[in-house]
Design a protein around this ligand. Sequence first.
Ligand code: ATP
Length: 306
Amino acid sequence: MTVLKDKIDKNSRTIIRDEKTEELLSRSFQYMKAGYPIHFTGPSGAGKTTLALALAKRRKKPVMLIHGNHELNNKDLIGDFTGYTSKKVVDNYIRSVYKRDENVTETWRDGRLLEAVKNGYTLVYDEFTRSLPTTNNIFLSILEEGILPLYGTKLTEPFVRVHPDFAVIFTSNPDEYAGVYQTQDALLDRLITIYIDYKDHDREAAIVADKAKINEKDAAAITELVAKLRNECKEETGPSLRASIMIGRLAAEQKIKIDGSNPDFVRLCLDILSHQVSRCIESDEPFKTAEKLIKKACSNMEVTKE
Ligand SMILES: Nc1ncnc2c1ncn2[C@@H]1O[C@H](COP(=O)(O)OP(=O)(O)OP(=O)(O)O)[C@@H](O)[C@H]1O
């Protein structure tokens, strides 16, 4: 059996605090302090989750993370009975008396939302529009009435009061993305929704340089190449900052010179970008066209002189 030991250090949650990011974080923090839930929406890979986690950390309260998906239900959010605990006492101390006492109780496990609401955590609900709108309805009572109803749980209490320190940050992809549900207006109406778009080249390059541990010029060459290909996209959003980080990291890891005339570098770009680019362009032969576009973008690439 082969055991792979060398891992690329992803450390993907450290955030680069450029001026715009810092300003956005401060603004959002003020809104949260005033009691409003924040909702970051925007294309895939724009940095919404990274921002949400950085914002949550700033509150200095424990952070609970939930990922939206269509199977998420009230049992995951509120909790469920997980089984039975039984206790039996047989008392036969006096031989002529036989006494038996049996007690069976159900065991309850708090769901993640209930735990966060009760203890005043900061909840990051990532990609919440991937959950069914009916599942997300529970947030209406939390945000409006400050209670978490315990419906369908057989618990004796009808609801739990929301802890004053509880706060929630949502992230989502826009409605046109596959696999997302349209959010009910009543919920959107209660959130401060901030659109997070792709960053400009300089900010992307700074992030790639930091994450891939390469110099800024090489990082800028990669982000420019990826941005050029993204601009070719008509159908869907194309390759994101994530693709740039992948190229940078793998090039550094495998000591591939970041140069559009280097066949190894072109191969790396083709492997990482072809599929994504082929999905977002209009062409009868999307794969061939994507490969052509990537090779062209590589040949036009600015190369760092050593
Ligand atoms: N300000 C930043 N500092 C450091 N890294 C960042 C920053 N913004 C984005 N990134 C990096 O870009 C990549 C994508 O970010 P993230 O996962 O937050 O995007 P997203 O918008 O939540 O994407 P998706 O919608 O696909 O979940 C990650 O590798 C992340 O580390």
